[in-house]
Design a protein around this ligand. Sequence first.
Ligand code: ZN
Length: 695
Amino acid sequence: MIRAPIINTALNAASTLRQVLSGKNAFEEVISTRRAQELCLRDVSSAPLWLLACRRARGRAEKAFATGSPTEVANSLARWSELHRFGEVMSHVGALRPTFAQRHLIKLAESWYEAAVARGVRSGLLKPAEAQGIPAVSLLRASVEDSTAQLFALAAKQQQQLQNCLQKGLGGQAQGYLHMNDEDLRGLTEMMKSEYASHLGSAAVWRRAKYKVSISWPDMHKISDYCQNASTRQRMFEAYYAGFDSSVDEAALELLRTRRQLAQKLGFRSWADLEMAPLALGDEAGARRFLDLCWKDAQAALAPVHKRIEEWSSRDASGSSERRGKVSQADEAFWHSHLSRQSDIWKFAEYLSLEKSLPGLLDVVGKVYGVTFREATAPGYFSRLPSGWHTSVKIFEVLDGAPRPAGVKGDPGKGRLGYVYLDLYARMSMLGRQAVELAGAGILCPGHAYVSCKLFRPSLGRSKLLNVEEAVALAHELGHAIHMLCHMGSPCDFSDLPLDLVELPSTLIETIILQPKSLAKYATHHTSNRPPPESLIRSCQRNQRFFINALQNASIGMGLHAEAFDPFKATPADLRREAVSLWQRYSLVPADPAFHPLGTDAGVHVAAGGNQVAYLVCYLRVAGILQAKAARKDGDAVWLQRDFPKRIRGQLLDQKFAPKGWASRFPAKAESQPRPHPLPPLPKDTSALLQLAAG
Ligand SMILES: [Zn+2]
């Protein structure tokens, strides 16, 4: 909400009073009117008003139960689910007031809601296998015994503990600093090194060395990808992974144990089976076959690249005989970056000023998905006071139909699809917490999608320069947002779509946004307006290592949750060994003795659950979509063709899609087989995946 504490209190109170007096409730109105108009934040920011709406929903559900009609019970609970979800998500975007009471009110509303769903399931009036618009997790919680519900709560707590443990290592708090000089950091640009130097320069006589390098995950990346000094890379590698000790393994093991118990109670053999059930891969064995196949099919593309890397590496190590011929794990990233000339990637930010590039980027997204973004209320302080939106939120009206040059008329299609609220910068609330908890895209209510970018705000008067990853992430989240606006079901149904479907529109657009032809449409130098040179465009393409990493991470995330790994018998050391061998399965270089796989993205994935193989599935489908051009005569990129938006919208976004259903969530209670996955089967040949990488 806009920063104006006293005015906010007065205007929010006025909005609440108006609603109370008129007997209207904006929460109820907004969830039932799709695509209406820009959301007035003040009207939907009062937690007590939301609670009032929930109480009315409870009353309606009571009446439905009294009629004994399953349809009425299901309908009243579906509507209540929407209302309930709306309040929760408004709290996640930091809009619900008063702050001190909202958590308490949410808990109260949740207890009403969960009791009603449980009553529906237990009375037999609500059939989980047929219910629509009610979140699967709520149905699941209502269907299990108390002991299982307690395990769910325990797993959530242990997940948080593991995340805290990992965060210490990833952030470098556990490892401290390395002291280095210019020779140690050879290959890093002045800009990259400047972060490690003292602001006092050579006057900082107390410094042991010119640069004090923190040992966090981003710094580790910087050194391993760009530093030309091999011994620095090795030093950094060892120092970084030393931050992940057995306390991480123990925390992971405890979580894995609880998840295994939970999975078995629900009728699965392992947590990996549970995670894979909603996906196209079906189960753990299917996912492993898929990963093995990807690795096998990738060999033809990997072999020549690896050979060149070996040659370079041995040339570089001439003199030190023990390194000759073999590429060490600590050096692999460097040689891959070197080969794809990614050392220049940092310069790309100069071509991605947010102000100049955003319109072009929205244009590319619009062309791909057949929509037009039109900025609604400008982000000025006074223009935002009435609605209450923060000035760092850009509000876009999204219209059906691809962007057209001015004056050219076209078919208006469905007209307005809704609004996207693009929240650019991270900010703190008055209480010193993050103002917005939500990360990425989230659907607020039908027709309104919120995208939280959490970028660092540039200093006053400077323009915001994005790095390539930030631009890719922005496009990815916009892909989600457009999908949310186009989806034909309710927001609760959207949240239940399988991960390998929900990530498809976003991975498609993030891949397209990196194509040289789209970069040309939005990348322009922030001062000279010149387009980026071709060599620089090449440098920001993804290399093979991006996909190998995805394969390794998916292998670890799924493998530690697999049936073959017994968390009850394993020791923390066993867990680490297993993680290394799951990584090694898809690596051409041997694991370094200092390596700990949970220190990579795989650690975060293990904490989150182990279904990240879904992203690889999406990349493979994206490769299939984009490489379909081989059959085209004109040879133009497939997404630039005129009928592309219509096809992609019709087949993917403007759909309701019934997920695989209750049988895939709770086999112990399912009376039928799971429905088939809503998307076509995966291709038998996965070699297209590596063709997405610049060779
Ligand atoms: Zn995503």
